[in-house]
Write a protein that binds this ligand. Structure first.
Ligand code: NDP
Ligand code: MG
Length: 383
C-alpha cells in the first residue's frame, strides 16, 4: 500500500485519538497532514508534537494564541475557525479525511471534503442523519467514497464485500442495549447522567454515550444504514445483542446470514476504513470464543426506548425531519448532561420539535442549516 495522508477532524475525541493509535502502529503507511480540535488545546498540542502535521485547527478562537505559542518552535501551521477546516481538508496532499467531530458541527467540513473529492472515513453519523440525501449525492458527484467507521456499518460493509452482486434482503443491526437494558421504565425515568454515562461495552464521547442509553444512537444508525446501503427502513431490523461481539449482519433471499464479529474495539473499523481494501495487523485483544461463551439476542423494548421509534418515524417522513430530530436530540442531550432535564424529557422534546417543524420534502443544504438552527432554538426555548 502506498503511504496515505490523512486529515483528522475531531482529533482530540474518542475516535480521533483511536485513529492516531492506528497511525502510531503503522508509521510507514499513514501520515497525518491535519489535526483539528474543538477546545482541547493541551491535547491538540501534544498530538501535533508527536505527529508533526502540516497544520492544526483549534476551533475555539479563545485557545488560538495558546496553541500558536506552544507550536512556535515547530513547522506546524496553526489556524482557527470552521472555514479554515473546510479549506485545509481540500489540500491536494490529503488522501483521506476522518470525520470524527461530534454532532451537526461535522456537516460543513465533511461537505467540503466530499466536494474536494476526498475519501471520507465517516464516524460522524449525525452528518448522514441530518443531510443524508445531499451528502450521498456529493459523494457520487465528486467520486468521493464514504467509508463507514461506525462499527455496525463497517460490519455491514465488510459482509457486503462477500455478497458479490447478490441482493441483500435485510440488514440486522445489532445494539448493545446500553446501560438501561435491564432496568424497568420507572427506574430509567429517574436515571442521572452518571448512570447514563456507564456504557457496558464501549468507551466513547459523552454525547454518543447518552445516545446509546436512550437508543437514539441505534435510531441514528438505522438512518445511516438507509443512506449508506440504499435500504428502506423496513428492511433494517434492530436486534439487541448485549455482548457486542457480532457487529451486524446481512441476510439473503435464501435465509443465509453473514455476520462480522470481533472484540469491541473501534480501532478495527477505523483501520479498515483507512487501509481499505487492505487488512493490516493491529495490536489489541482478539476474540476468544470459548471465553466469550454465549451470544444472546433480544427485541429492543420500544416503550422503554421511545427514541428508537422517533428515529424510524423521522426517516419514514424523510425530507428535513431527520435534521430536526438530530437538532432536538443534540439540545436535549446537552441539557440532560447539564442536569437541566430528566431522561424521558429527551424523547418528549424531540417528538414535539419534529411535530412542529415545517416539512420540506427535498431540502437544499441551506434548508438543512435553517431547519437545524430553527429546531435547535425551539428546543432550547422549550427546555
Ligand atoms: P468525542 O466527544 O469524544 O470527540 C468529539 C471531537 O469533536 C473532539 O475532538 C472535539 O474537540 C471535536 N468537536 C466537538 N464539537 C466541535 C465543534 N463545535 N467544532 C469543532 N470540533 C468539535 O466524540 P466521539 O469521538 O465519541 O464521537 C465522534 C463522532 O463519531 C460522533 O458523531 C459519534 O457519534 C461517532 N461515533 C463514535 C464512536 C465511538 O466509539 N466513540 C463509535 C461510532 C461513531 P474537543 O474535545 O477538543 O473540544
Ligand atoms: Mg455504532
Amino acid at each position: 500500500m502506498k503511504k496515505r495522508h490523512i486529515a483528522i477532524l475531531g482529533a482530540t475525541g474518542s475516535i480521533g485519538t483511536q485513529t492516531l493509535d492506528v497511525v502510531r502502529q503503522h508509521p510507514d503507511l499513514f501520515e497525518v497532514d491535519l489535526l483539528t480540535a474543538g477546545s482541547n488545546a493541551d491535547l491538540l498540542i501534544t498530538e501535533a508534537r508527536e505527529f508533526d502535521p502540516a497544520a492544526v485547527v483549534i476551533c475555539n478562537e479563545v485557545k488560538f494564541d495558546q496553541v500558536r505559542e506552544a507550536l512556535r518552535d515547530t513547522d506546524v501551521k496553526v489556524f482557527t475557525g470552521t472555514q479554515s477546516m473546510c479549506d485545509l481538508v481540500a489540500a491536494e496532499t490529503v488522501d483521506i479525511v476522518v470525520a470524527a467531530m461530534v454532532g451537526f458541527s461535522g456537516l460543513r467540513p465533511t461537505v467540503a471534503a466530499l466536494k474536494a473529492g476526498k475519501a471520507v472515513a465517516l464516524a460522524n453519523k449525525e452528518t448522514l442523519v441530518a443531510a443524508g440525501d445531499l451528502v450521498m449525492d456529493l459523494s457520487r458527484t465528486h467520486h468521493a467514497p464514504i467509508l463507514p467507521v461506525d462499527s455496525e456499518h463497517s460490519a455491514i460493509f465488510q459482509c457486503l464485500l462477500a455478497a458479490g452482486d447478490n441482493p441483500v434482503e435485510k440488514i440486522h443491526l445489532t445494539a448493545s442495549g446500553g446501560p438501561f437494558r435491564t432496568w424497568p421504565r420507572e427506574r430509567i425515568a429517574l436515571a442521572s447522567k452518571t448512570d447514563a454515562l456507564k456504557h457496558p461495552n464501549w468507551s466513547m464521547g459523552a454525547k454518543i454515550t447518552i445516545d446509546s442509553a436512550t437508543m437514539m444512537n441505534k435510531g441514528f444508525e438505522v438512518i445511516e444504514a438507509c443512506w449508506l446501503f440504499e435500504k428502506a427502513p423496513e428492511d433494517i431490523h434492530v436486534v439487541v445483542h448485549p455482548e457486542s461481539v457480532i457487529h451486524s449482519m446481512i441476510e439473503f433471499a435464501d435465509g443465509a446470514v453473514l455476520a462480522q464479529l470481533g472484540c469491541p474495539d473501534m480501532r478495527v473499523p477505523i483501520q479498515f476504513a483507512l487501509a481499505f481494501p487492505e487488512r493490516l495487523p493491529l495490536k489489541g485483544e482478539k476474540l476468544d470464543f470459548a471465553k466469550t461463551g454465549r451470544l444472546t439476542f433480544e427485541e429492543p423494548d420500544r416503550t422503554k426506548f421511545p427514541c428508537l421509534s422517533l428515529a424510524f418515524e423521522a426517516v419514514g417522513r424523510g425530507g428535513n425531519i431527520p435534521c430536526a430530530l438530530n437538532a432536538a436530540n443534540e439540545v436535549a442531550v446537552k441539557a440532560f448532561l447539564e442536569d437541566r432535564i430528566g431522561f424521558y424529557d429527551i424523547p418528549d422534546i424531540i417528538g414535539k420539535i419534529m411535530a412542529q417543524t415545517p416539512y420540506i420534502a427535498k431540502p437544499s443544504l441551506e434548508d438543512i442549516f435553517e431547519t437545524n438552527d430553527a429546531a435547535y432554538a425551539a428546543a432550547e426555548r422549550m427546555i
